[in-house]
Ligand binder design. Structure first.
Ligand code: GLA
Length: 738
């Protein structure tokens, strides 16, 4: 990997074997964008890539620089108001009320590895040889604002990680009204835009739109990245599919309000912006102070969407997620939420855990309801001490009993929230986010604590850390069950209220940081009413997240399939739950529920005592299967084969790094009568290897499975003695061994 600055031509070229990223210093001193895509050879001069020409009606710099119109130049960090009319990356509000900036190139620096971002999650390197970072510094001569654009290129990865750092070196107070993490002008608009959208229990469904002149965007103003839209979008060429064609992914490592936007201008240039949502952001930058944006990642694939996803999976699995659990197969857990809701006592919990242990489960998770006065969702949040009526020995006591069974113990928290009916709220009613002179809205009968305040975070930290020190807790589920309203902090002056949303998320990251540092062996799973904060920001602290509250095996196919475009299997919390399903009232076979949940961290969310003896035996076999294959499933190479957004059949597969083992999942929604013949073409196998299909007497070469395909016709394609009858919600797993 290389970063070169060609002094004579003023060109920066970042490249490795996969990608090139080329920028130049423009005639007016700003930084311009020339190319991002498949690697091209380096040369001294790329200035011919700079397209500038005079166009009728354009505003231009001066008579000397008459072709110099920012409207027609591809830029790295554009501002609005001085010949460019597109939406900008930056807006600085100055003491005199003006909003113009002039970002003049100042200097650059190339460093090995990747500097840390203070207080924010980000990708990282373990050795300096893994990456190089270019920092280009720009300065506004009028305000004294210094802006450092940071670009990291990694060895062997088709990604560039970007962020922006500001220092006010002037003498006047500035306000950042907009400070995007990434801006990128692409030379054409022949792309489809893929976004991952939904709502509670229906998160990250793939939606596709065409780029047209004008603005298209997704974002969140809810205080978290949200169920509604994920901070991840893809631009792909119209002919790109899973196996071939160009695509660029844009991912923001952030858990708060965000904006991801494409603007197609009058010459078909596409400007991508990504960062903190400017509508709820206004950061006061006193002289001498600094601001750091979140990091954004741009990933490129010249060979289809699966490759794009695999690039992100590997980066996020190995160089975003951290700690003890990063590379370890995840414990198979049982969670009591859907088994009991609030209706439990210690003996009932131990009873559930005992049966789970007998079936092979490794971790018991006690969900909501164990603390304070929490007997329903009207009370207790904020009081993180055990309810002794339910748990006579406290958390330490039940943890001991679970450990005595030979299992690990995990615990649910919702650290950022408080109920009105709680000791914490009674002691500190001013600790919630609330606009003065206005009422405070509720969500699930609770308020949001003001995590922008250090003393609030300290107080919650003290309660959580005490429990973690006293009891044998191996896992924490960190929930967040409502969005933010009336966002205002009693601790900040009027001209800093635009900082509260971001400071809130910094407070969340701070608490995560303190807890994961002090308790490095505890496995954290993030959660927000299911998947309302399933984003790369939290993946830095919690290597897994609860993908959705929807545990129905059919709905889960869409959710997990959509999630897989950006996020690795190892981070998707997935459980087998009871039927009829609690969200949909649907009955699906036990094997299908497991066949879907295997492609995640895997666990159970029901009382196994309530299953028949035969079902319990099936559960034992499922757990044995997952223990045998979880390393491969969670850390192998994942391929999407057939999309649930397109048809009745869904299919995906994982392949081991040595390509000797592969598992394909095949799922059918509705049964069909007199169905057509069917096959799926597998991917990622070694064409030269002969694979045995486990549980059969059949073997196939990799080239046959990838080109002819695997025959998946079932008994609905005509009567045949060797095919078991099929049904609605059917599924199969195919295990291949070379
Ligand atoms: C949220 C979570 C669930 C469960 C409940 C408990 O909805 O997503 O998994 O923990 O809270 O109240």
């Amino acid at each position: 990997m290389h970063i070169v600055f060609h002094k004579n031509t003023k060109i920066f070229h970042l490249y490795n074997h996969e990608i090139s990223y080329i920028m130049t210093i423009l005639p007016n001193g700003h930084l311009g964008q020339l190319y991002f895509g498949k690697a091209i050879r380096d040369r001294e001069d790329f200035s011919h890539l700079l397209e500038e020409s005079f166009r009728t009606t354009s505003s231009y710099f001066s008579e000397e620089l008459s072709t110099m119109s920012l409207e027609h130049l591809k830029q790295e960090y554009p501002v609005y108001g001085t010949t460019d009319y597109r939406e900008p990356a930056l807006e600085v509000i100055q003491a005199d009320g003006s909003r113009l900036s002039d970002l003049q190139y100042d200097s650059y620096q190339i460093t090995p590895g990747k500097p840390k971002l203070s207080g924010l999650p980000a990708t990282y390197t373990e050795h300096d040889e893994e990456a190089m970072t270019l920092i280009v510094t720009l300065k506004d001569p009028v305000t004294g604002l210094k802006i450092s654009l940071s670009y990291t290129i990694f060895k062997g990865r088709s990604v560039i990680a970007r962020s922006v750092h500001f220092i006010n070196e002037g003498t006047e107070t500035l306000h950042l009204g907009r400070a995007m993490s990434l801006s990128m002008d692409l030379p054409d608009c022949n792309y489809e835009w893929l976004q991952f959208s939904g709502v509670w229990a229906r998160e990250r469904h793939l939606k596709t739109r065409n780029l047209e002149p004008g603005i298209l965007s997704v974002g969140s103003l809810r205080g978290s990245s949200s169920h509604e839209h994920n901070p991840f979008v893809i631009l792909k060429r119209p002919n790109t599919d899973e196996t071939q064609g160009e695509a660029i992914g844009f991912s923001l490592i952030y858990s708060g309000n965000f904006l991801a936007q494409a603007e197609v201008d009058n010459q078909n240039v596409t400007r991508i912006l990504m960062g903190i949502h400017p509508d709820t952001f206004d950061w006061k930058l006193l002289p001498g102070t600094e601001f750091q944006t979140p990091e954004a990642v741009m990933a490129y694939s010249g060979s289809g969407l699966n490759r794009l996803s695999q690039t992100l999976h590997s980066l996020y699995q190995k160089r975003l997620a951290r700690g003890y659990w990063r590379d370890r197969p995840r414990p198979i857990l049982i969670n009591n939420w859907e088994a009991t809701y609030f209706d439990f006592n210690e003996d009932r919990l131990v009873d559930i855990a005992g049966k789970a242990k007998e079936c092979g489960v490794e971790l018991f998770v006690l969900d909501d309801g164990w603390f304070g006065a929490r007997r329903s969702d009207y009370a207790g949040l904020g009081d993180w001490t055990a309810n002794r009526d339910l748990l006579p020995g406290g958390i330490a006591g039940i943890a001991e009993r679970i450990e005595a069974l030979g299992m690990k113990f995990g615990l649910w928290f919702e650290p950022e929230m408080v109920n009105e009916d709680s000791d914490l709220y009674r002691a500190h009613p001013d600790w919630i986010l609330r606009t003065p002179r206005r009422r405070a809205s509720l969500g699930r009968h609770q308020y949001v604590l003001d995590f922008s305040r250090r003393e609030v975070v300290d107080c919650i930290h003290a309660m959580m850390a005490k429990l973690l020190r006293e009891a044998k807790i191996s896992y924490i589920k960190w929930d967040m069950n409502r969005y933010i309203t009336e966002c205002y902090s009693a601790a900040l002056p009027a001209d800093q209220q635009g900082e509260v949303f971001h400071r809130y998320i910094l407070g969340v990251y701070d608490l995560y940081d303190r807890l994961t540092s002090e308790f490095p062996h505890v496995l954290f799973e993030s959660c927000a009413s299911g998947g309302a904060r399933f984003d790369p920001g939290l993946l830095y602290y919690a290597p897994q997240g609860w993908t959705s509250d929807d545990t129905d095996a059919i709905e889960r196919q869409k959710i997990q399939y959509g999630t897989s475009y950006c996020y690795p299997v190892s981070c998707m919390g997935s459980h087998v739950s009871a039927v009829p399903n609690h969200q949909l009232n649907r009955n699906t076979p036990l094997y299908t529920r497991a066949n879907v949940a295997y492609f995640g961290t895997f666990g159970y969310e029901l009382d196994l005592n309530k299953l028949t003896v035969e079902e319990q035996e099936e559960v034992k076999r499922q757990i044995a299967f997952m223990k045998e294959y979880r390393e491969l499933i969670q850390f192998g190479t994942f391929y999407r084969l057939l999309s649930p957004f397109e048809g009745n059949i869904t299919s995906w597969m994982v392949v081991s790094p040595d390509k000797k083992t592969a598992i394909a999942g095949w799922y059918k929604i509705l049964n069909q009568v007199n169905a057509p013949f069917s096959r799926i073409r597998l991917q990622g196998l070694d064409p030269e290897l002969c694979y045995h299909l486990e549980g059969s007497n059949q073997s196939f070469y990799g080239d046959e499975l990838m080109n002819v395909g695997l025959f998946t016709s079932d008994a609905m394609c005509g009567k045949s003695g060797d095919r078991r009858p099929s049904c609605d919600f059917d599924s199969r797993l195919y295990v291949f061994k070379a």
